[in-house]
Design a binder for this molecule. Structure first.
Ligand code: F6P
Length: 359
């Protein structure tokens, strides 16, 4: 068996632990492993395909990022190709990719990625490629698995930021609005906000009313609590409004969500006369060492993915269905994105603790 591993989309803490576990589990079976660099670019002549041996994966399990590097502009079905006149044309290079894989003797792929990369893996499987997926996202927005690796690390990073903001906000009687990642899902904001004892949490699943949000802040003021921590998911938006966007990250790409913290901070200051500050935590949430939880989940996923290859579970992805790691069809996971379930006990617990969702 000659197995190829690729990492696609935004990086997430734990990618290297998956790679390490998959490589060691494959070597244990006497298989050969190749690493496709930068999404699938390595198989399209825009980067390399390298052997992954014990040596390459030694001492990487605790490191953030990915030794294979990654991209969110490498969809082989919609591949950006520079034209001689400098313009970029989008072309389907999936046949070329599969042909190059065959020439390298690749029998199967392990594709590690979020919804975008899993959609690519699904399309490659439909074309006959033997692919097993591994769900990765700090946003926790991939369905079919209780969680993905990277999320716990991001939550801890955000929680530590909230802890630090408490002391400065309290010292100055300020409202500090912290914007955390998550795209259109509010998991990072909800989990870090509750763990960090924020006073207001704004998530896309609960559109906020700025007047109710300010009323919550003024109610605390009346109780003699003169500071507030507001945690806003980057995709949060007001009732009847839209999420804030920063524009395209690169020409032709999807819009980047963000800017809500600044907007909300200005509105709170204008309505309550309290001094406000805002902060965007940004890519700090994607960096650094994975937590113990994420290292373990990533290791289990990497090992289970190799087992799935051995079992011929093509077109499936490994998933956490506590306490077990199972496989589910990638198609099922892609059917609808995962969002915060408003009936979840964490939402009701937060409300009972007095946390406002601005609704
Ligand atoms: O999906 C992961 C994520 O970090 C989102 O939370 C965020 O909106 C986006 O990626 C940022 O993407 P980029 O790294 O392209 O700025």
């Amino acid at each position: 068996m000659r197995l190829a591993i690729s990492t696609g989309g935004g990086d997430a803490p734990g990618l290297n632990a998956v790679i390490r576990a998959a490589v060691l589990s494959a070597i244990d079976r006497g298989w050969h492993v190749l690493g496709v660099k930068k999404g699938y670019a390595g198989l399209l002549g825009d980067d390399e395909v390298v052997p992954l041996t014990r040596e390459e994966v030694r001492g990487i399990g605790h490191l953030g990022g990915t030794i294979l590097r990654t991209t969110n502009r490498g969809d082989p079905f919609n591949y950006p190709l520079k034209q001689p006149d400098g313009a970029t044309k989008i072309v389907d290079r999936s046949d070329e990719l599969l042909e190059n894989a065959r020439n390298l003797g690749i029998d199967a792929f392990i594709a590690i990625g979020g919804d975008g990369s899993l959609a690519i893996a699904h399309k490659l499987a439909q074309k006959g490629a033997r692919v097993v997926g591994v769900p990765k996202t700090i946003d926790n927005d991939v369905s079919g698995t209780i969680t993905s690796f990277g999320f716990d690390t991001a939550v801890n990073t955000a929680m530590e930021a909230i802890d630090k903001l408490h002391t400065t906000a309290e010292s100055h009687d300020r409202v500090i609005v912290l914007e955390v990642m998550g795209r259109h899902a509010g998991f990072i904001a909800l989990h870090s906000g509750v763990a960090g004892a924020a006073h207001v949490i704004l998530i896309p699943e609960i559109p906020y009313d700025i007047d109710k949000l300010c009323a919550a802040i003024m109610a605390r003021e009346k109780r003699g609590r003169h500071f507030d921590i507001v945690v806003a998911a980057e995709g949060a938006f007001p009732i009847g409004g839209e999420e804030s966007v920063l524009g395209e990250s690169m020409p032709g790409q999807s819009r980047r969500v963000g800017g809500v913290a600044d907007l909300v901070a200005k509105q709170i200051q204008a309505r309550t006369a309290k001094e406000c500050r805002s902060l965007v935590l940004g890519h700090l949430q994607r960096g650094g060492m994975p937590t113990g939880y994420d290292r373990l989940l990533a290791t289990r996923f990497g090992s289970a993915a190799v087992q799935a290859v051995e079992d011929g579970k093509w077109g499936q992805m490994v998933a956490l269905h506590s306490p077990n790691i199972v496989t589910v069809p990638i198609e099922l996971a892609l059917r609808e994105p995962k969002r915060v379930d408003l009936a979840h006990d964490l939402v009701s617990a937060a409300r009972r603790l007095g946390i406002s969702f601005g609704d």
